[in-house]
Design a protein around this ligand. Structure first.
Ligand code: RVP
Length: 486
C-alpha cells in the first residue's frame, strides 16, 4: 500500500560534512548568532530547561561564556522570578539600592559579620534611618574586633571617611576612584548623601573578564525561561522580571490548543517567544507566523523515550532541515534541541539549518548544574533525568506531554532518570563544544554561521563509515577532553 512507500529521515550519525576548499582558520570563525528574532548571542549554544541542568548558577555561567541558559519550570512562579533576578544581577555594574546589603551604626560588629557572610558580600555601606551614608564597613574593619571577642557597635569599627560618587558615574571613573583610594567599593549617593546604589571592584572585574558574555542593552546577562504551554501567569511574571526569551516548553507544539495559547502569550509579553518542540515542515508553517523562534526535536534527547513509548518521532537532521526550510526565509531562528553527544553533532545541526543548539546531557555533569556529585565504583557522576521521567513529572510540568494531572493514575513517562559523568566547570565543556564547531567551519571554509549553513554539503555515511569515524582498533589510554566512547 502507499502507506509503506515511506520517506527516509536522517540523523547525526547518518551524515558527515563534506570537506571543501577553505581559507578559514578555525580560531577566526565567528560563531555569533541569534537565538530568536531580537536576541543575539556570541556563542550558538543554549542549555536545556531541565531540573537537573539549568538553574541560575548554570545560566550565569552560560551567559558569561556568550550563550544562553534556559531556566527550567519545575518550581513556583515566584522562584522563577527570583532565579531570573539572580542572573540579571550577577554582573550588574551598579547594584541598585534595594539589592545593596547595608549595616546600621548601632548594630554590633558580629551581627554585621554574620549578615555579610550570609549575603555573600565582603563589605557594606553603613546608613542611618534616612539612608544617609555614614561610613563603610568591610572584613578588614571587623576582624580586629572579632579577634578580641568584643561586641562593639559598627559606628566604632567602620571607616567613616567614605569615598562616594554620584549616580551617573562611569565604570572608568569608579575604577579610578577605587585605585586612587585603594578601596573595593564606592557607594553612589544623591544630593542629600542618601544611598542610591553601589559599584564594586568585583563587578567591574567580572565584566572585563567576560568580554564575550551575552548581555542585554543594559549590560546585564541574558537569560531564557521555560513556561508550560498554558502557563500565561509564569510567562507574564518572567517577562516582568526581565527574561530575554520565553520558551513555550512542550513535547509536541504542533497542537491546536498549544498554538492558540502560545499566540496569546506572545501578544502579552515584551520578551521574544520561542515555541517548540516541532519536527516537521507543517508544524513550522503553523507557528512561523507569530513565533520569534522555533525549537526542533521530537524524541532525540539522551534521556528521552518518546520514540519507543509512543512510536512517534523524527530523526534530528531531517527535522532541523525541514523546519529551517520554512523558518529561514521568514527570518525566524531555529534551535536544534536534543541528541547532541559530540561537538561534531552540533556542527552538523547548524550546517543542516539550525541557528543554535540546545544541550542537556552535555552540561548536566558540570559543577554549575543542580545536584551533587555522586560516586559509584570509584567514578564520579551527577544525576540527569528527563523532564518526562516519573520523578520530574511528579515535581510538576506534566503538561509538557499534554497530560491531565491525575493523582490516582500512574504517569505514562516519556523519559528516564539517569546519571552522567561528572565533568568540572562548564566553561571547559563549552570551550570544547565551540572549538569543535569552529573547526567544522574550517573544514567547510565558512567564516560565519550563515556562511556555514550555505556552504555545507552532507554526504551519507554507511555503517562501515560510521565505525571508521570513531577511534578503532586501538585501546584508548588517555581520555580526550572531547571524546569518550558511547
Ligand atoms: P540531550 O541533550 O540529548 O540530553 O537532550 C536534551 C533535550 O531532551 C531537552 O532539551 C528536551 O528537549 C528533551 N527532553 C527533556 N526531557 C525529556 C524527556 O523526559 N523525554 N526530553
Amino acid at each position: 500500500s502507499d502507506k509503506l512507500r515511506v520517506p527516509e529521515a536522517l540523523t547525526f550519525d547518518d551524515v558527515l560534512l563534506r570537506p571543501a576548499e577553505s581559507n578559514v582558520e578555525p580560531d577566526d570563525a565567528d560563531v555569533g548568532t541569534r537565538v530568536s528574532r531580537n536576541v543575539e548571542v556570541n556563542t550558538p549554544v543554549l542549555s536545556a530547561a531541565m531540573d537537573t541542568v539549568t538553574e541560575s548558577d548554570l545560566a550565569v555561567a552560560m551567559a558569561r561564556e556568550g550563550g544562553l541558559g534556559v531556566l527550567h519550570r519545575n518550581m513556583e512562579v515566584e522562584d522563577t522570578v527570583a532565579e531570573i533576578e539572580r542572573v540579571k544581577q550577577a554582573d550588574e555594574l551598579v547594584i541598585s539600592r534595594e539589592n545593596v546589603v547595608t549595616a546600621s551604626p548601632d548594630q554590633t560588629v558580629s551581627e554585621v559579620d554574620r549578615l555579610m557572610s550570609s549575603e555573600g558580600v565582603s563589605g557594606a555601606p553603613v546608613v542611618d534611618d534616612d539612608d544617609e551614608v555614614l561610613g563603610i564597613i568591610s572584613g578588614t574593619d571587623i576582624r580586629p574586633y572579632l579577634e578580641v571577642g568584643e561586641t562593639d557597635a559598627v559606628s566604632e569599627a567602620m571607616t567613616d571617611e567614605v569615598i562616594t560618587a554620584s549616580e551617573d558615574v562611569t565604570a572608568r571613573d569608579a575604577l579610578e576612584l577605587m585605585y586612587e583610594h585603594k578601596i573595593e567599593r564606592v557607594p553612589l549617593v544623591d544630593e542629600e548623601d542618601r544611598l542610591v546604589g553601589l559599584v564594586t571592584m568585583q563587578g567591574i572585574l567580572n565584566r572585563r573578564e567576560h568580554g564575550n558574555a551575552a548581555r542585554d542593552e543594559d549590560g546585564r546577562l541574558r537569560v531564557g525561561v521555560a513556561v508550560g504551554p498554558f502557563e500565561a501567569d509564569r510567562a507574564t511574571a518572567a517577562d516582568d522580571a526581565g527574561a530575554d526569551v520565553i520558551f513555550i516548553d512542550c513535547a509536541h507544539a504542533h497542537n491546536r490548543s498549544v498554538i492558540d495559547s502560545a499566540r496569546d502569550i506572545k501578544q502579552t509579553v515584551d520578551a521574544d517567544v520561542v515555541v517548540g518542540n516541532v519536527g516537521t515542515r507543517e508544524a513550522a508553517e503553523a507557528l512561523v507566523g507569530f513565533a520569534d523562534g522555533l525549537k526542533v526535536g521530537i524524541g532525540p534527547g539522551s534521556i528521552c523515550t518518546t520514540r519507543v513509548v509512543t512510536g512517534a518521532g523524527m530523526p534530528q537532521i531531517t527535522a532541523i532541515s525541514q523546519v529551517a526550510d520554512v523558518a529561514a526565509p521568514e527570518g525566524v531562528p531555529v534551535i536544534a534541541d536534543g541528541g547532541i553527544r559530540y561537538s561534531g553533532d552540533a556542527a552538523k545541526a547548524i550546517a543542516a539549518g539550525a541557528d543554535a543548539v540546545m544541550l542537556g546531557s552535555y552540561f548536566a555533569g558540570t559543577d554549575e548544574a543542580p545536584g551533587r556529585v555522586i560516586t559509584m565504583n570509584g567514578k564520579k557522576y551527577k544525576q540527569y533525568r528527563g523532564m518526562g521521567s516519573v520523578g520530574a513529572m511528579q515535581s510538576g510540568g506534566g503538561d509538557r506531554y499534554l497530560k491531565e494531572e491525575d493523582e490516582d493514575e500512574e504517569f505514562v513517562p516519556e523519559g528516564v532518570e539517569a546519571a552522567t559523568p561528572y565533568k568540572g566547570p562548564l566553561s571547559q565543556e563549552l570551550h570544547q563544544l565551540v572549538g569543535g564547531i569552529q573547526s567544522g567551519m574550517g573544514y567547510v571554509g565558512a567564516e560565519t554561521l550563515p556562511e556555514f549553513r550555505e556552504r555545507a554539503e552532507f554526504v551519507r555515511v554507511s555503517a562501515a563509515g560510521q565505525t571508521e569515524g570513531h577511534p578503532h582498533d586501538v585501546m584508548i589510554t588517555d581520555e580526550a577532553p572531547n571524546y569518550s566512547p558511547q
